[in-house]
Design a protein. Structure first.
Length: 130
């Protein structure tokens, strides 16, 4: 049984591997990753076919498995990018130094308070003059 599986897999791989890699490369836009997901499909076939039997269309099985692995890769990439963006945004919020307010500066009186102080002082001067 195993020799039949190995023969079918070797024959199918020899005939279809370039198409599988090309299809995966179109999906992930990275030849190295495409080769990895194609090889992952080959390993999956080595694990599943002896147990489940040779599929009716071995080439389609390998192609589907490789493309599913490519989608998994893209999802992981998207999730990682979203996580990195969230971390970067959180880091950015922590790095932002709040702008000091006038009342926080030593020796500075905010304009509104200064005006009220001047008005109060002016009233006292007017009352003294009367």
């Amino acid at each position: 049984m195993h020799s039949g599986v190995h023969h079918a897999l070797a024959t199918t791989w020899k005939r279809e591997s370039a198409r599988i890699v090309a299809a995966a490369a179109r999906r992930v836009h990275d030849l190295g990753v495409a080769e990895e997901v194609a090889q992952d499909a080959l390993v999956a076939a080595l694990e599943h076919w002896p147990r489940d039997g040779i599929p009716q269309n071995p080439a389609a099985w390998l192609m589907t498995t490789a493309l599913n692995r490519a989608l998994d890769y893209l999802r992981r990439l998207k999730t990682a990018a979203a996580g990195q963006a969230a971390v970067a945004q959180a880091d950015h919020r922590q790095d932002v130094v709040p702008r000091p307010q006038p009342e926080d500066l030593p020796g500075r009186t905010p304009p509104g308070r200064r005006r009220r102080g001047l008005q109060a002082g002016h009233r006292e001067e007017v009352q003294e003059a009367v």
